[in-house]
Design a protein around this ligand. Structure first.
Ligand code: ADP
Ligand code: MG
Length: 328
């Protein structure tokens, strides 16, 4: 027997309307569109991101984690733009075999992250699909004009920083596929957790105003995403591999198999912020790292030219076939 599934309007009323209850202009998801109050003197910042079963997640992944991850991918983009997230819309396509309890767990995941990141559902679209489950979230945030961060503001001679640690998610994906057997189970689980549920730097992003000159979130891979900053800023970047901030688990993985530096450099999904800043901002960045509890590590420098080079411990340029993930 297929699982019980209510019609579209009942799903919206039962599972999604409660997530919109605190925004008056969402009208309990009973009207055609939401009316949102943008505070005076602020700009809207908008981003959409979607996930498709088998491409971004496996059909038997926990629904709450699927929901949280797609929301967090958007939160990470807005954080990297220095914006404060406020509202989101959800376009959901559920396959026939998905029942009410699955939708309930999906909504519970959203409720959890709404509380954690102070954002609210304000609208969307719901349908059944003969194809794979697909979820698109459009996130809206606010920033004061001139205080947002762009990819194109880097200047030659500036330092390149990353928040947190890099490479965990790429290694976590390998661990999940049964690799990295030499690691302790605790270390493997740590890496898998970093892959399954990213921690977008939502509170930190807006605090980078006045320090960072360019910023991007790492979603395609460190080298590829730094490459985007290089292209739009019309510069080159040189990364010193020995400076990369690595978790204890990632260090253990690299100690056992040094070739894993390749997924660390090119794997996606870390959702850390990569930014550039002038050397004079160094002390203020260190103070912000202390105050926020988010490590920020200098990993290289912007230079005249184009492209990203990575220097290994011997100072040799590392050859990488690909900078990061692309769909096509
Ligand atoms: P319309 O027929 O005008 O497209 P719908 O009947 O699809 O409107 O949706 C009714 C209301 O429910 C709208 O406010 C819409 O934004 C909201 N809504 C529909 N699906 C979702 C969803 N998955 N999440 C949040 N809100 C939704
Ligand atoms: Mg309508």
């Amino acid at each position: 027997m297929p699982p019980k599934r209510s019609g579209e309007f009942e799903l919206i009323a039962r599972y999604f309307a409660p997530l919109a209850a605190r925004v008056p202009g969402a009208f309990g998801l009973t009207d055609d569109a939401a009316f949102l109050e943008v505070p005076d003197g602020q700009q809207l910042v908008a981003k959409t991101d979607s996930v498709v079963a088998t491409v971004h997640f496996l059909p038997d992944d926990p629904p709450d984690l699927i929901a949280r991850k797609v929301l967090r991918r958007n939160l990470s983009d807005l954080a990297a733009k220095g914006a404060v997230p406020r509202w989101y819309l959800l376009d959901a396509a559920f396959p026939k075999h998905v029942g009410n309890s699955w939708v309930a767990r999906f909504a519970k995941g959203l409720a959890h992250d709404q509380a954690e990141f102070d954002v609210f559902l304000v609208g969307g679209d719901t349908k059944a699909t003969p194809g794979p489950a697909t979820f698109a979230i459009t996130l809206l945030g606010v920033v004061r004009p001139g205080q947002g961060l762009r990819r194109n503001g880097a200047r030659a001679g500036e330092d390149v920083y990353v928040t947190g640690t890099v490479g965990d998610a790429a290694l976590g994906l390998l661990a999940r596929r049964g690799r990295l057997r030499s690691l302790k189970p605790k270390q493997r689980n740590y890496l898998i957790g970093r892959y399954r549920l990213p921690q977008p730097r939502v509170r930190l992003g807006p605090q980078l105003h006045g320090l960072a000159t360019a910023a991007i979130d790492i979603s395609d891979g460190l080298v590829a995403d730094l490459g985007h900053v290089c292209e739009t800023s019309k510069l080159a970047a040189v990364i010193d591999e020995t400076l990369l901030p690595l978790s204890t688990a990632a260090k253990a993985a690299l100690a056992a198999r040094p070739q894993l530096i390749v997924p660390v450099l090119t794997g996606g999904d870390d959702y850390e912020i990569l930014f550039t800043a002038p050397p004079a901002a160094g002390p203020a960045i260190a103070r912000l790292a202390d105050a926020s509890g988010v490590p920020m590590t200098r990993i290289g420098r912007m230079e005249a030219g184009q492209g990203v080079s990575v220097l290994d411990a011997q100072g040799r340029q590392r050859k990488l076939a690909q900078g990061g993930w692309t769909h096509f």
